[in-house]
Design a protein around this ligand. Structure first.
Ligand code: ZN
Length: 203
């Protein structure tokens, strides 16, 4: 039996179709970059890239606040801060479509209810899986928790490397950018701010 190379072999059932005009756009980009979109190694690339971008930007398909809808009021008198740190994430910058890779620390001071701790990471990913700038990502995560959980305070610190800075332009690998958003008690009360930033490792 002859074995024909099937260029659709990486598209098992269930994977989204990539429309022709999207594939054409990626072929144009490959050509623009200096390569030949018709050479064998690149034949399936337009489809793969199309699907990859759907995944990178999955956040557009969801409202991150949904992850905070299940709240627990039984907190056993616990009224100290709750923190998740070193949460890895990937996003893409809206200026170059280059990867932003980093980690986040998210904390809040509960008022009378808490959420499952993994939900904080889900909120982060919901906003990270979009075209972003780090400053807005930081602010959006903080605001989502602030609005939906109505805690005494929220603190979000994000530290990330930007592909558009490490792989092009000034080409400075190893340089990371830090952004923070503090709300409520973490903004107003110097002691709370010192505590949360210290626990995050930025003290
Ligand atoms: Zn950029």
């Amino acid at each position: 039996m002859s074995c024909q190379h099937d260029h659709d072999e990486d598209n098992p059932l269930g994977k989204p179709d990539v429309p022709a005009h999207v594939q054409d756009a990626i072929r144009t980009l490959i050509e623009w970059a200096g390569d030949d979109p018709a050479r064998e190694g690149l034949l399936d690339t337009p489809k793969r890239v199309g699907r990859a971008w759907l995944e990178y930007c999955q956040g557009y398909a969801e409202d991150p606040a949904i992850h905070l809808s299940r709240q627990f009021e039984e907190v056993g008198g616990y009224d100290e801060l709750v923190m998740l740190k070193d949460i890895p994430f990937q996003s893409h910058c809206e200026h170059h479509l280059a990867p932003i890779t980093g980690k986040a620390a998210i904390a809040y001071m509960p008022r009378d209810r808490v959420v499952g701790i993994s939900k904080l990471a889900r909120v982060l990913h919901g906003y990270a899986r979009r075209l972003q700038i780090q400053e807005r990502l930081t602010a959006e995560v903080a605001k989502c928790i602030w609005d939906n959980l109505e805690p005494h305070g929220v603190a979000v610190v994000i530290e990330a490397e930007h592909g558009c800075m490490t792989g092009r332009g000034v080409r400075t690998p190893g340089v990371s950018m830090i952004t923070s958003r503090l709300l409520g008690c973490f903004l107003d009360d110097p002691r709370s701010r010192k505590e949360v930033l210290g626990l995050m490792g930025y003290g």
